[in-house]
Design a protein around this ligand. Structure first.
Ligand code: ATR
Length: 272
């Protein structure tokens, strides 16, 4: 029987993960299937039990289940524990789910394609302090960058940074953060504005990198005005593909071709 993998989320029908993983499975002649599994909030406990029984070897976890997956995993990597979220599960010894978070290294891999200087010592404005920002802050901190974390609700930025006490990072309001855009080395947006049809009021960018972790139509709403203001604006598709590649490597022991995965995703998004 072919091996089973999948992504669990709600909504999940729009997920690019099946396209990404099936493409790589074909590339490497791996006899496996990868399914999109729609599971509503509150349903993860039962789903993980059922999928373990059915012999699933690995799962990607997306919204709204990343926090519950952390609680349900029998074992965790240090990064998943620090970030406080799991996006990748694999079948461990004794038929127990083990959890990792590949969003942080996936983000760093994506960034390395865009920035050719070491991140250590770079100053970065991170916008947003929700669940997605946790992996970004963890990644940038572990790479030695200095972070200004700007959020509409200042207290959330402060509480996210509480885990990094003693570092030179600082929390600001969204307005103050935007006012400092031009004095940092680059900007990362994690705030889910585009999904609500909103944009960011950025000052001129003068060729600096503006990386938005979203992709598709939601990202376009933010990236188009950013480009018009002179920012070198990039969407988060590369991060999605990289975190998928790291999950693939964990499950199959092979690092797949990120560029091929990215090209397949871009081709599909262009049709939307
Ligand atoms: P995610 O997992 O995508 O990070 P989240 O945990 O709900 O989702 O966090 C959403 C982030 O986008 C938060 O930082 C949120 O700001 P608040 O903490 O003030 O709620 C930010 N965000 C969402 N809509 C926004 C808007 N219209 N303006 C500014 N920030 C917004």
């Amino acid at each position: 029987m072919s091996q089973l993998f999948g992504v669990i989320g709600d909504p999940v029908a729009q997920s690019l993960s099946p396209l990404i993983h099936k493409g790589w499975m074909r590339d490497h002649a791996i006899d496996a299937d990868y399914l999109a599994l729609q599971v509503a909030a509150g349903g993860l406990d039962d789903a993980l039990e059922t999928l373990m029984r059915k012999g699933f070897k690995g799962l990607n976890i997306t919204m709204p289940h990343k926090l519950r997956a952390l609680e349900l995993a029998a074992g965790l990597t240090d990064s998943a524990r620090t970030i406080g979220a799991v996006n990748t599960l694999w079948r461990g010894a004794g038929a127990k789910w083990q959890g990792d978070n590949t969003d942080a290294p996936g983000f760093l891999g994506a960034l390395a394609r865009l920035i050719d200087v070491p991140l250590a010592g770079q100053s970065v404005l991170v916008i947003g302090a929700g669940g997605a920002a946790r992996a970004i802050v963890y990644a940038l901190d572990s790479a030695g960058a200095q972070i200004i974390l700007a959020n509409r609700t200042l207290e959330k930025a402060q509480s996210l940074l509480a885990a990094y006490a003693g570092k030179r990072h600082r929390a600001t309001s969204l307005e103050e953060g935007l006012a400092q855009c031009q004095s940092v080395d680059f900007v990362v947006n994690t705030a889910s504005l585009g999904h609500a049809g909103q944009s960011l009021d950025l000052p001129p960018g003068a060729g600096k990198l503006f990386y938005d972790i979203s992709y598709g139509p939601a990202a376009a709403l933010i990236l188009a005005p950013a480009r018009a203001k002179g920012w070198r604006a990039a969407d988060g598709l590369s991060m999605l593909v990289y975190q998928g590649a790291l999950a693939f490597e964990r499950w199959h022991g092979i690092m797949p071709d990120v560029d091929k995965g990215l090209a397949r995703c871009r081709a599909v998004l262009e049709m939307l």
